[in-house]
Design a protein around this ligand. Structure first.
Ligand SMILES: [Zn+2]
Length: 104
């Protein structure tokens, strides 16, 4: 059994699909917003900064014709790429420091 725990990055919060380091030392985390279906499906990708209150929700839908009606199909790849773009841009300019967890 290996006791090596050489993880370079600290563990990510559950559900985080991508993480960007900001110039201020915070993070921009990308998570999927899930709907209430069973099983839940992502309906949007949320980018949220840990250093400042900035968040940005991205979603893409395409109308799809079913047998009896049309419905909106979510396109997670496009939503993800939009969210990544926002996160990248925000990370490059955000200088807000994350608030230390100990002093709420
Ligand atoms: Zn920020």
């Amino acid at each position: 059994m290996s006791e090596q725990q050489t993880t370079a990055a600290q563990s990510w919060p559950e559900g985080v699909i991508a993480r960007y380091l900001t110039v201020g030392g915070g993070f921009v985390d990308l998570t999927h917003q899930m709907n209430v279906l069973t099983p839940p499906e992502p309906y949007a990708t949320l980018a949220a900064c840990t250093g400042c209150p900035s968040t940005s929700e991205h979603n893409h839908h395409r109308m799809v014709w079913g047998l009896t009606s049309q419905y909106e199909k979510h396109l997670p790849e496009l939503a993800d790429s939009d969210a990544r773009e926002w996160a990248q841009t925000h990370a490059e300019k955000c200088r807000a420091l994350p608030r230390p967890e100990a002093q709420q």
